[in-house]
Design a protein around this ligand. Structure first.
Ligand SMILES: Cc1cc2nc3c(=O)[nH]c(=O)nc-3n(C[C@H](O)[C@H](O)[C@H](O)COP(=O)(O)OP(=O)(O)OC[C@H]3O[C@@H](n4cnc5c(N)ncnc54)[C@H](O)[C@@H]3O)c2cc1C
Length: 399
């Protein structure tokens, strides 16, 4: 017999958990189940990211990312405090390498101000006060509200909050969806849910495509590789980022700090075939390869991004010396550090919009019958999760 519930959520990453929390906060009497395919949490993007609480200045003011990131940064701090999870108030400097980047820095600043983010553009002479190991050309951006925390611990705090409110997680439960008689159901008829939320991260578009949602997209995963060293080897005090590339939507190799006092360089943005391809030989399928090829072909045809440059510049960074070399423009003394070690890579669930050949920049939420599908939950999805979940609940789930 199918198990009855009001809302069934596929995926217990931060998006699924935050949506579950928001649903139960809105109506504690509802029965909410999250079906998670793995036997544990935080095995994918939510537990394999940089752990940066982004401030919200990168995103176009009319985007969902801008709408949720600044507020999410505040709400995640409150959750962290409640569950005794450390948040390091390190702030971020965005440094500049040439005149062209100085102009782009100004655009970034104006965007941030429009998004209501606390930001300052400062003269290069002041950088020493903020981050003595970083270098810049003429000016830099100072973001005091960027912070770092422990991505896995935050997922666990969300789990505790969801369960405290009465929610249930079913582990080892991999679901897919079908449409029958104008209703969306799970293919095994394991659940009888009033509403279904597909928050399956890098698998979400595969699940949605089966019920004809999000068919205008193809999945092109991008792997983020990191190297780390102890903070005593490179005593940075702030996160150090470059100005992002003008047309390719990743933040560029940067320096982050961790709550356990490591310095990380990365992540790269290497296009790969498999959505869960954490090693060469596993985590991909034939259909993953077909999707990735479709995405790449569309990107090359679309000409909105310089995909050739992505391939040329990102793949070599899998080699440690080349990754470190790239970072020397920001922090030259990183070159003298000897013991870099690998950190687990993460994979961005990046969608390509097939009609335009563009990498989708924003979160995408689509609704069909009794189902809601969260697609392209890329960075800053971890920071934004709590208000994003509230918005999904309010706008899409009739409870
Ligand atoms: C390298 C990297 C660095 C990042 N850095 C940051 C950062 O510093 N700050 C920030 O804000 N964001 C960052 N992000 C983005 C952030 O991690 C994601 O936006 C966020 O974690 C997405 O959460 P999610 O719940 O959608 O996905 P996930 O965490 O992937 O969760 C989806 C869950 O669904 C489950 N699932 C999949 N298929 C099924 C199925 N068929 N049935 C049931 N369950 C299923 C999976 O097992 C998984 O647990 C980064 C991402 C990457 C990859």
């Amino acid at each position: 017999m199918a198990e009855k519930c009001d809302v069934l959520i596929l995926g217990a990453g931060v998006v699924g958990l935050a949506t579950g929390i928001a649903l139960l906060e809105a109506d504690p009497s509802k029965k909410v189940i999250i079906a998670e395919k793995e036997n544990a949490l935080a095995l994918h993007a939510s537990g394999r990211n940089s752990g940066v609480l982004h401030a919200g200045f990168y995103y176009s003011p009319d985007s969902l990312k801008a709408k949720f990131c600044r507020e999410g940064n505040k709400e995640l701090r409150i959750l962290a405090k409640k569950y005794n999870i450390p948040v390091r108030e390190v702030g971020k400097v965005v440094v500049v390498r040439n005149d062209d980047e100085n102009t782009r820095l100004e655009t970034l600043y104006e965007r941030g101000i429009k998004n209501g983010v606390d930001l300052q553009i400062l003269d290069a002479s002041q950088l020493n006060k903020y981050e003595p190991l970083a270098i810049t050309h003429e000016r830099f951006l100072w973001s005091p509200t960027t912070a770092v925390s422990d991505s896995k611990a935050i997922v666990d705090a969300m789990r505790q909050e969801f369960e405290r409110l009465g929610g249930t997680i079913h582990y080892n439960t991999k679901l897919s969806l079908k449409e029958v008689n104008n209703e969306i159901r799970d293919t095994q008829n394991q659940y009888d849910a009033q509403h279904i939320v597909n928050a399956a991260g890098a698998q979400a578009d595969r699940i949605s495509r089966a019920v004809n949602v999000g068919t205008e997209y193809a999945m092109l995963p991008f792997m983020g590789v990191y190297r780390a060293t102890e903070e005593k080897n490179l005593p940075l005090q702030r996160l150090v980022y470059p100005v992002p590339h003008p047309i390719n939507p990743f933040l560029g190799v940067h320096f982050t700090l961790t709550v356990d006092h490591k310095v990380k360089i990365g992540p790269t943005a290497i296009p790969i075939a498999g959505r869960e391809q954490y090693s060469v030989l596993s985590g991909w399928s034939g259909s993953d390869i077909a999707q990735a090829l479709k995405g790449m072909t569309s990107l090359i045809r679309g000409e909105a991004h310089d995909f050739g440059a992505i391939l040329k510049t990102e793949w070599p960074k899998i080699i440690q010396t080349l990754l470190v070399k790239e970072s020397l423009d920001l922090v030259p003394t990183a070159g003298s550090v000897k013991d870099w070690h690998k950190k687990p890579p993460g994979i961005r669930a990046q969608l390509v919009h097939l009609p335009t050949g563009k990498l989708e920049q924003d979160f995408v939420v689509q609704n069909k019958l009794n189902s809601t599908h969260v697609l392209n939950a890329v960075s800053p999805g971890w920071t934004s999760a709590l208000p994003f979940g509230q918005w999904i609940t309010k706008l899409f789930i009739p409870i």
